[in-house]
Design a protein around this ligand. Sequence first.
Ligand code: ADP
Ligand code: MG
Length: 342
Amino acid sequence: MKKFNKTYLVFSLLLLAVAGIALIVQHQGSSKYIFNEGKAHGTYYHATYLQPQGIDLQKKLEESMHRIDLSMSTFQPQSIISRINRNDETVRTDIYFETVFRTAQEVSAKTNGAFDITVAPLVNAWGFGFGSESRKQCPNIDSIMLFIGYKKISLKQHQLVKADKRIMLDASAIAKGFSSDMAAKVLEENGCKNYLVEIGGEIVCKGKNPKGEKWKIGIDKPIDDSTNVVNQIQTIISLSDKAMATSGNYRQFYYRNGKKFSHTIDPRTGYPVNNNVLSATVVAPSCMMADAYATAFMVLGVDSSLLVCKSLPEVDCYLIYSDKNGKNRVIFTEGFKKYLTE
Ligand code: ADP
Ligand code: MG
């Protein structure tokens, strides 16, 4: 789950923020939006919300993110997922793990295995992820492929059953989205009806922004930059009562012998994706789904992604890809049009 902002919130008030400090922002009339930000899941989170009594919910939000780390972070040795990866026989799954697991398996089935949480050994072998190996050599993919595949795992009475002990899981492409959903739940349970919460670019928003409009969210131009400092906006979308996530290969990649290796792996071939999709933005009813489908669409390529979207109610995508002449193009589903403000 290592990554820095890929989605730039077009909300000038955010610029007033100081890390870790909650700001109460007075805006138009008496509405007081509270702004929180901090670190979570190896990235940054931001939350902007209207709490009717003016109660600051930062502690509760951070507790929620911490609970999810204890379940699904591969960077926490004692998390449930890490214990599963070590074949600890005493580990039992919790409700967070089970919710994410079921959605992950559903997305795998709907995308013909383009999304797959058993991808962990490949992610590590290619030099990304929690057990990263050297990026200098080409890993032996054929031998690793023997224990890759979402059909080789299942859940039985709060235990994860593996067809092969070498199977390891990586929930990085879905857990941040789930954590954004859970943060939104915290806000809802505490009386908020107008909010935007974002963890590393995975967003859930509801109601209105402090200007009384829908939330305005910028989609990054996919410019290769592994230092995370370049931020140019491709387009701005207007969103409310929805979740959104973007995946791309313009932040997490490396070059070897002049060839680019990205952190999105095609679990069916074992190799980093090498198609013409530069970024995939997905709007969905839950951020967990948006997150997982955005990763899947990076693997599937333009045509298959649009087809999958058509078969899924309330899931829309906006893809930026490179055409035959190397020029950036965009394509989006019919349903995405309503979110575009330009
Ligand atoms: P980000 O972490 O930048 O939000 P993603 O949501 O696309 O990006 O997640 C990418 C991460 O997911 C990779 O770093 C890797 O850990 C894991 N991953 C890579 N390929 C796949 C895949 N095909 N299916 C599921 N997880 C993947
Ligand atoms: Mg994802």
